[in-house]
Design a protein around this ligand. Sequence first.
Ligand SMILES: [Zn+2]
Length: 258
Amino acid sequence: MAEGLGLIDTHVHLEMREFDPDRGAVVRRAKGSGIGIITVGIDLDSSARAVELAEEFGLYAAVGVHPHEAKRYTPDLEKALARLEELARAERVVALGEIGLDYYRNYSPREDQLRVFHAQLELAAGLDKPVIVHDRQADEDILAGLGRAGVRGVVHSFSSGLEVAQGLLGLGLYLGFSGPVTFPKARQQYVLKHVPLERLLLETDAPFLTPLPHRGKRNEPSYLRYIARAVAKLTGLALEKVAEQTTRNAAALFALPS
Ligand SMILES: [Zn+2]
């Protein structure tokens, strides 16, 4: 078990309705397992809620507009950015996110996604905050955007190939790994082995991407231990070493107090 290991779940959507019935218990189970939480917004309302939850439960928050939601904010992007900046200045906010591009689902038109992504990268650079990035089949534009903005950050729930991983590592980015590292034959298992432990972050992406042995049920931060164990097994490193270094990575990237 992860008791005493001191892990940080760097990507949780704790404000989502899947946690309405038992949010307090979910946080208690995580804390009881020695797991810290960064809860991540996907639009302005959920970002405001993430800040509230961080204050209520003593967690960290990230605020941002997800690519799926981009089209809702392009009609008055300046106003949305002003609100986002206000949220980003809250005490427990450690990053801008979840931001990025999703050319798989295309819930927002690409031009809206790109406008909102680039604007948030600029905001992050101006505020000197790291970014938490979603990349689904948009590798080229993600690499270009991050390269141009020169921000630090993580591409979360990394699902692209090794070449893209190496491009991102070359830009100084971290890569976040989640439930799929527990799935037999997942591409993430292969890519993970080529990522230096010093650039690796652990995350659940709860309530999504539930790791084995709970696949098919709702995910929650206390399951981060299964992901840490899978990373240890795949890399051949001791679980304690994986826990210690990935926690150190998260603390460094997000400037968490020790
Ligand atoms: Zn997410």
